[in-house]
Each structure stands twice: as structure tokens, then as C-alpha cells.
Design a protein around this ligand. Structure first.
Ligand code: SF4
Length: 403
């Protein structure tokens, strides 16, 4: 039964509540759901119901295509002037001896390590320190582009930019324009957390506000740059805070069209100031991906970071609205492992990523940062590698049998 048949079948279910049937009918018609309907999905939507809706949208937009890229990370520092309660990664400035702070030369050494590798993107993010300022980053972007013009620089978030531009006395627009001219290509989605001040003031009181975060993305989009957006879920927020967060992003996307992917990030509770809060279940992760796919109708892609949620959950997520599982990473990020993710040395070969996608009967596509197809792996057969363990195929009750 294909995704459309499953949705038709669901709509004929006499036991389905009237309000949930109305939402399913909207999904079939391609009509946007409201804020109240978003909250209702969180409160009443069973996993199987949400999976049918989200998978219908996912396959309508992308078929079986599942995207990944070949990238590496540079994390210039984990020292930070801010004190987000959920952060397992950073060290306060007074604890800087426990952290690291790189120079431009050290960052260029990492770039040069990939000289003969077919990577397409460097993803740069980390903490916020005064010396990594406008001059520091413009110097790095220029050197990086001079050395390897084809490498896409996806760097920093409005958290860093707000701080850097304020110190440099530049408006958001002027700052983004300056760094774009230095070589910046696009922005990752971090620092969004939960926008609503009721939550934001409790978990991230001292960094940029929702309005500042959104404005910096808007300015980047106005300059022709693309970006992503995240949401940190599963801590003290209520369901309506998640919908409020997605609503603000959906509105900005209506205005600019500059976002590419929405990336729900699961709160992990290892060694941070919110460690007493239990993590949500995998079921809740999948429900959240599915609701994101249903609600964010104007976002082309829903991404799951395999390094954050584990390889197995990343495979499952491909049946709940996700069409992108990020990149090879090459063990170049500590953000996920320090927060308690299952992957303590995150890195996958292209073959491993392709196998992971094919094992759940999806179609692997290596993309560049802007979703241009680099390689279609549908019919590519790698040479046998006995060291690669056989992956499991999960036969999902949602999508492989009647409801
Ligand atoms: S989440 Fe980012 S801004 Fe907040 S403390 Fe950690 S590194 Fe700093």
C-alpha cells in the first residue's frame, strides 16, 4: 500500500476522532493546519496516525529520496560567555582552562586535512568568546575560500552573530553583508532552542532573543543566503511552546523562503544544569518529527541528526517525515557526544550512510549544502567490506501493514 492509499484508508476509519479526521483531510488536500490543530496533534495524535500523515507529505515532496552530505565540522571554541542551562558542551569563561580556543591557523590546518577528500561543506559552530570576533571570522572565511573556493562555508548562528555584530557596532544586515563578502555561504540552524520567552528566559536567558534570532536569518535571506532552523524539545516546554516556535518559523519562511531544513533537536541530559530532567522517549522523538513535517508545510526538508539520535532512530525517522540525516561528520564534532548522545565518536563513511538508508528501503542521495544532487546512490554497489556489520531492517507496523 503506498503513502496515498494509507492516508485514504485512514480517512475511512470510522473510529478516527472527528478533529483528527479533519486534519488528515487537510493533509490530503495540501491545506495548511492551524496553530490549534498543531497543539491537537501533540495532545491526541497517536504515532501510527502521525506517521501516515507525515509520510504522505514526505513522499509527496521527495518520494523515497533521502539526503546526506559529506562534511566535517570545526568547533573554534567550547568556551562561552553565555550560560545556557541545557548546554553540556561549553565551559564558562572563568573555566576556560578546561576548554579549547582555536586560532585561525589551527582552523586552516583542519581545512587542509581534507584537501584530497570529496567533502562539500565545512560546518562551523561552537561557543562565544570576545577574541573570535568579526575580524577573526572574516579572516578565516577569506583564507578558507582562497585555499578551497568550492568548499561551502556554513557557519555560526545568530547567537554568535548577535554578539559579534554588537561588538563591531554593525546592524544585522551590515554584519551579514560583510561576512558574506568575506566568504560565508550559509547558516546552520542552531541557537533557536525554544523561542517563547516563558521557556527561553529559563533555559537560555542571556543570549539573543527570538526576535534577534529571526531577524538575523531574515537579513541573511535578504542577501540571498540560505539557512536552517532548529528546535530544542523535550525539556520544560509544553506542547504549545513547540507549536509557537514552529509558527514563528513558518511565518518567516512565508516572507523570505530562505530556510531549507527544519531540525528538531532532542534535549540530552548528560552533565548539564538540567540533568534532573528525564529525556523523552523515542516514540516522542518520532511523534515530534512527524508533527514538524505536518506543520512546517513551507519547509522543504525535515532533518534528523543521526549523530544526536542514534543510527537506529535515524532510520526510523525516515518513516515519520524526515528526508535528510545530515552528513558523514568524520568524528569532527563534540556537541552531540558531550550532551550524552549514543554516538561518542560520530563519523560514518559514505558506504555506511548509504547502507543505513538503503536498509530501510529509501533512496540515498548525496547532496551539497543547497540540496543539489552530487551523487545518486540508488544503483551504486560498493565493494564488499566484511568489517561493516549488516544493518537491521525495521518493519514498521505503521507503514507495512493495515491500520
Ligand atoms: S548553547 Fe551555545 S550559547 Fe549556550 S552556553 Fe552552550 S555554547 Fe554557549
Amino acid at each position: 500500500m503506498d503513502a496515498k492509499n494509507k492516508l485514504d484508508f485512514l480517512l475511512q476509519d470510522v473510529h478516527l476522532a472527528t478533529d483528527l479526521r479533519a486534519i488528515a483531510a487537510k493533509v490530503l488536500a495540501g491545506t495548511r493546519i492551524t496553530f490549534e490543530e498543531g497543539v491537537l496533534l501533540y495532545e491526541k495524535g497517536e504515532l501510527s496516525y502521525l506517521g501516515v500523515l507525515a509520510n504522505y507529505i514526505r513522499e509527496k515532496k521527495h518520494g523515497d529520496y533521502t539526503y546526506f552530505n559529506r562534511n566535517f565540522h570545526i568547533e573554534p571554541t567550547n568556551v562561552c560567555v553565555y550560560d545556557c542551562k541545557f548546554c553540556s558542551y561549553s565551559r564558562l569563561v572563568k573555566e576556560r582552562a578546561e576548554g579549547w580556543e582555536m586560532e585561525v591557523a589551527g582552523m586552516m590546518d583542519i581545512v587542509r586535512k581534507y584537501d584530497n577528500e570529496p567533502v562539500t561543506e565545512v560546518h562551523i559552530t561552537g561557543g562565544v568568546v570576545p577574541k573570535q570576533n568579526l575580524a577573526f571570522y572574516s579572516d578565516f572565511f577569506r583564507q578558507c575560500k582562497a585555499h578551497r573556493p568550492d568548499l561551502h562555508i556554513k557557519a555560526l548562528t545568530p547567537v554568535e552573530y548577535y554578539y559579534i555584530f554588537k561588538k563591531a557596532k554593525l546592524s544585522h544586515y551590515e554584519g551579514m553583508k560583510y561576512l558574506k563578502e568575506a566568504g560565508l555561504d550559509s547558516m546552520p540552524g542552531g541557537g533557536a532552542e525554544i523561542f517563547h520567552p516563558e521557556v527561553r528566559e529559563k533555559i537560555a536567558h542571556d543570549k539573543c532573543t527570538a526576535e534577534q534570532w529571526l531577524d538575523i536569518h531574515e537579513q541573511a535571506h535578504s542577501l540571498g543566503m540560505h539557512s536552517n532552523a532548529t528546535m530544542l524539545y523535550g525539556h520544560i516546554e509544553e506542547y504549545w511552546h513547540r507549536v509557537d516556535h514552529m509558527e514563528r518559523l513558518r511565518q518567516l519562511q512565508d516572507k523570505t523562503g530562505g530556510f531549507q531544513a527544519f531540525i528538531p533537536l532532542k534535549f540530552r541530559n548528560k552533565e548539564n544544569q538540567m540533568s534532573h530532567i528525564p529525556e523523552v522517549s523515542v516514540i516522542e522523538d518520532l511523534r515530534n518529527y512527524a508533527i514538524a513535517r505536518i506543520y512546517m508545510d513551507n519547509f522543504p526538508h525535515i532533518k534528523a541528526y543521526w549523530a544526536m539520535i542514534s543510527r537506529d532512530t535515524a532510520q526510523l525517522s525516515l518513516a515519520f517525515g524526515v528526508d535528510d540525516i545530515d552528513g558523514t561528520l568524520d568524528d569532527t564534532t563534540k556537541i552531540y557526544s558531550m550532551a550524552g548522545a549514543e554516538e561518542q565518536k560520530p563519523g560514518m563513511s559514505t558506504k555506511e550512510l548509504v547502507d543505513l538508508i538503503k536498509d530501510v528501503r529509501r533512496h540515498p542521495i548525496e547532496r551539497d549544502t543547497l540540496y543539489k544532487v552530487v551523487t545518486d546512490y540508488k544503483d551504486v554497489v560498493f565493494e564488499a567490506d566484511e568489517s561493516t556489520a549488516k544493518k537491521k531492517y525495521y518493519a514498521l507496523p505503521v507503514l507495512s501493514s493495515e491500520i
